[in-house]
Design a protein around this ligand. Sequence first.
Ligand SMILES: [Zn+2]
Length: 520
Amino acid sequence: MAYTALYREWRPQSFSEVVGQHHISRTLLNALKHDQVSHAYLFSGPRGTGKTTVAKLLAKAVNCLAAPGDRPCNACPACNSITAGVSVDVQEMDAASNRGIDEIRDLRDRVRYLPVEYRKKVYIIDEVHMLTEPAFNALLKTLEEPPKHVLFILATTEPHKLPATIVSRCQRFDFHRLDIKLITDRLQQVVQARGANVTPAALWTMAKASEGAMRDALSLLDQCLAMGAGVVDVGEVQGMLGQAGEDAFEDICRALVDRDLGRLVRRLEAITAAGQDWRQLTLGLSQYLRDILLVKLCGAEAPVDAHDPARLDVLGHFAQALPESQLYQALETLAGVEEAIRRTGRGRLLLELALIKLAAPVFPGEGVPVPPPEVAQDREVPKAPIPTGGTPPRETPPSVRPARDDLQCKWEAVMDRLKKSRQMSVHATLQPVRVAWGEDENLQLVYAREYDFHKSRMEQDAACHRVLEAALREVFGRPVTFKISGEEGMQAPAGSCDPKADPVVKLALELFDGEIIKGT
Ligand SMILES: [Zn+2]
């Protein structure tokens, strides 16, 4: 017996089996029950969401010989011949390959004749937006004066390309992308019926990759099951999809948090060795960062995929460690990279440069406060190794201390502590402050001119000082002295503005054997 693809084998045979499109099933069942089926329907929605399936169900239901409430019965001759695709009264047409006026004229001529076997002639026109303009005009004439015995079902993934005159003649249904959970459940059903062994994480990965299209998800499962007996786990699915696993995203995020270029480059090297698809990797990483951002903004209520509670923990950890601004910046950058990869196909270089830039430490001269001397020492510019195809990086750059964010995080912790210990007036006085390290290892509390009132209160109130000193000691684990200043008293950041210090510029210079020239 010939092999039947899973998506055909598991194609719903009744409206109640249709997954995730209840708004459509319910309306159609109601119309069938009350004999109010329209003469033309427009099914729009993404591919693989059930448009053709529902069209065939409707074709069966209007011709089924059972009582109105039970259609389609899947037992009568009408149902059987339509399911088998051999009824002359149900015609499927692909407008992508039959887009001309002749095909539609031919259809218009045939429409006049009564059905041969059953009650209604049903014309299912798939990808109807592909028709030419004359073909649309010919179709419109038929839709304007439809014979009683005809039912048109037009399906399209791009409804905006249809003339309004056509749309207005049809009853329109919008098919939705399916929820990842619904798809996973359906895949689970299939796996159980097959007696196959596929891990939940593997099913979830397939469901996710299908982007809401059940047909794609079932095709993926088909491919996986074809790989042979034994357990199918998430690694195999990712291998099949050319996807990097979430452990890769985790590793990259860790490198972003620690600003650890060595870890980053090593991971990218491993990804290259595994032959993964760079665009998929970029998309996957964007998705992962988006999930982190959502967890940061919405906490436990974040609408992220949480098939595994441990995943939520990891996301939560990154949500705490990565500042919102860095997440936005990363997402914007990756969107640009994805677009550029599509255009140029130079995935590795583009993604590598972008990630190095995102993970690179913040340097003096970029308008960022200067750290005390001992911190500056271990913040030397790392020599970014340039991996070449297949060979490991020549050397691993040292891990780099996150200068600005470290201080910023600690300052936020200080403010938090003040709030928790109900030192509200000290907290309020310090609210407008910008913090920076002074060259003499003092913590500078900088007030903008409009906060002179806060500044003078902070300068004069000894009790305020004591409270702040205690909070600083607790957070930094050592006594920290501080100085209060206005903006004009801010020490200028030391260090060079040498563009060669930027690791991306450095990398680009080395890659292209170039030199820096000044722009005009
Ligand atoms: Zn029937």
